[in-house]
Ligand binder design. Structure first.
Ligand SMILES: *Cc1c(COP(=O)(O)O)cnc(C)c1O
Length: 407
């Protein structure tokens, strides 16, 4: 498939380019010291991750430890409830070990750390999901793990802080500024620039300087590759549309990677939160403009001074003021379409999937469920495959307290 001057037959050989760009987006916008560290990781990624030994080991781990492949479920009762003309299917990343897709790239990153001879992995976390996934991977490989977390988030996310500590990670409290994710990112990068001989930084999505957007996409592409084969096996054809939620964009990038060269509509779903006013949503690809933050060039939401704007979503895993550079590229090309779902539509989908299918989705994933439901009403016939990026146990207390339980 060809779009603009991009040929999707050979897409993964050409994007990103050697400097880490997807068209105008991506790159490495960090100081010289970190640039050298990024170059080392890039070099290692190209030589180690393409080796047979690495690929075989990661494949074995995915089967024996993570429980892959995760299944696809036909959502028959939900499809019927929407009129039955369109059939919905879910790729079940909620059944990946530790309950979400994030472990896919954390295991890849930690295995790379082991091959590079590093002793420690370093990351920041906001809601704690990335911290828990990385702590899981570090425990598996016997690596030290330092997770930087804002003091405000530590108070809010006590269960995830406990999980990280049980798994043997060190949770480092960040007490400057607003004491949330942005400060945690700064603190983690700071620590990494001092420790990069012994440690590797592990980012939580398709974000940050090159090679991270590429590496995380490649490690997550197992989702799309499995899903494509499974879906054809189940139905005999491709889905008409594929849907995933977009925070930083890792679960979406992995899913979409399997279908870029197919005649399939691809939808990325961003959180509209409380509405279209700046500060009430986190729909960067829909409302943002080009800019540079956290070491890369992408589309972002900015305040009046050009700094990353405050964002909001009911799903703490989606409230980031930008998205991965490759999503910005796909948006401009028109290969992926991006649309929004608000908090109320999300909560409705959360309960519909729970009650009609016996699957409690993560509140992030419920955005994708809600959009697939919208598509089902809009389409005449056909099939929609959504990525159910994680399970919702972590969200139960919050959803019940804020929205109550419907009759
Ligand atoms: C973190 C998270 C997301 C958002 O991150 P992406 O990088 O956009 O995938 C989505 N779903 C779940 C369950 C998450 O934990």
């Amino acid at each position: 498939m060809q779009m603009g001057n991009v040929n999707f037959d050979t897409y993964f050989h050409n994007y990103p380019d050697k400097d880490g760009f997807f068209g105008p987006y991506g790159g490495v916008y960090v100081d010289d010291k970190l640039k050298a560290a990024m170059a080392e990781i890039t070099q290692a990624y190209y030589s180690i991750c393409q080796s047979r030994k690495f690929i075989a080991e990661l494949r074995r781990i995915r089967t024996e430890f993570q429980g892959r492949p995760t299944p696809i479920s036909h959502l028959e009762r939900l499809s019927d409830a929407l009129g039955g003309r369109v059939q919905l299917y879910a790729k079940r990343e909620d059944l990946n070990h530790s309950g979400a897709h994030k472990l896919n790239h954390c295991m890849g990153e930690a295995l790379l750390a082991k091959y590079m001879g590093k002793k420690k992995v370093i990351a920041e976390t906001g809601a704690g999901q990335h911290g828990v996934a990385l702590a899981t991977a570090a425990a598996y490989f016997g690596l030290e793990c330092d997770i930087y977390m804002g003091a405000v988030d530590i108070k809010k996310q006590a269960p995830n802080v406990a999980r990280m500590k049980v798994l043997g990670a060190r949770v480092v409290e960040v007490t400057h500024g607003l004491q949330t994710l942005k400060e945690a990112v700064d603190a983690a990068f700071d620590a990494y620039s001092k420790e990069y001989n012994d440690a590797i930084y592990c980012i939580g999505s398709v974000l940050g300087p090159h090679p991270f957007p590429m590496m995380v996409r490649d490690f997550q592409s197992v989702v799309g590759i499995e899903a494509r084969e499974q879906f054809i096996g189940m139905t005999g054809h491709l889905p008409d549309a594929v849907v995933a939620c977009v925070g930083g964009g890792s679960n979406a990038a992995g899913m979409f990677a399997g279908f870029l060269n197919d005649p399939v509509d691809i939808w990325g779903v961003e959180p509209l939160g409380r509405g279209e006013k700046l500060g009430d949503h986190a729909a960067s690809l829909k409302f943002g403009t080009a800019g540079i933050m956290h070491g890369f060039n992408s589309i972002m939401l900015k305040d009046e001074n050009g700094n990353p704007a405050p964002v909001y979503s009911v799903a703490s895993g989606l409230d980031y003021p930008s998205s991965g550079p490759e999503h910005a590229f796909w948006r401009d090309l028109g290969r992926v379409k991006y649309d929004v779902i608000d908090d109320n539509e999300t909560i409705d989908a959360f309960y519909k999937l729970s009650r009609l299918e016996g699957i409690i989705p993560a509140i992030e994933s419920a955005h994708a469920v809600a959009y697939a439901m919208k598509l089902a009403k809009r389409m005449e016939h056909g099939s929609v495959l959504l990525n159910l990026s994680g399970r919702g146990d972590k969200d139960l207390d919050y959803v019940i307290e804020k929205y109550g339980i419907p009759d």
